[in-house]
Design a protein around this ligand. Structure first.
Ligand SMILES: [Zn+2]
Ligand SMILES: [Zn+2]
Length: 126
C-alpha cells in the first residue's frame, strides 16, 4: 500500500475555464467554450513534479463539438487574458461532417447530404 503511487507518470485532464463570445466554427453560433487542459506529468507523492506534452482542448456548448486549441491561445487563456481564443485557434477533431450531395433514391434530385428528407419529394434520405 505504502509503495503504490509514490511516483509515476500520469495523464491528467482538467477544465480550466469557460470562454464566452466565441463563434463556433462548426455551426456558426455565438457560443461558449469549455477549455480543457491536458498534460502528462510525473508525480511523487501525488505532487506533480513536471509536466510535458501540454495540450489544450475546447468543447463548444452549442453543438458539443470538440476542438484542439492552439497552445499559444490556451496559455493566454490560462493567464486570464480575455479574448484569447478566436475561431482560428480551433482545430476540429473528431469525425468530419461530410459535405456534398447525395442523390435522392426516389426522385433522383441531388440533395445536400445534411438533409434528412428530400426537399423535392419528401423521401426520407439515408
Ligand atoms: Zn456549434
Ligand atoms: Zn426526392
Amino acid at each position: 500500500m505504502f509503495f503504490i503511487g509514490i511516483f509515476g507518470v500520469k495523464q491528467g485532464q482538467k477544465e480550466i475555464g469557460t470562454e464566452s463570445n466565441v463563434i463556433c466554427p462548426e455551426c456558426g453560433h455565438l457560443t461558449r467554450l469549455n477549455v480543457i487542459k491536458q498534460s502528462s506529468y510525473f508525480h511523487i507523492f501525488f505532487i506533480p513534479i513536471f509536466r510535458w506534452n501540454v495540450r489544450y482542448f475546447a468543447k463548444t456548448l452549442c453543438c458539443g463539438q470538440l476542438f484542439e486549441l492552439n497552445a499559444e491561445a490556451g496559455k493566454e487563456f490560462e493567464e486570464g487574458k480575455s479574448g484569447a481564443i478566436s475561431q482560428g485557434d480551433l482545430t476540429r477533431i473528431g469525425p468530419q461532417r461530410r459535405t456534398g450531395l447525395v442523390r435522392c433514391g426516389s426522385c433522383g434530385a441531388n440533395v445536400e447530404n445534411s438533409y434528412r428528407f428530400c426537399p423535392h419529394c419528401g423521401n426520407h434520405l439515408t
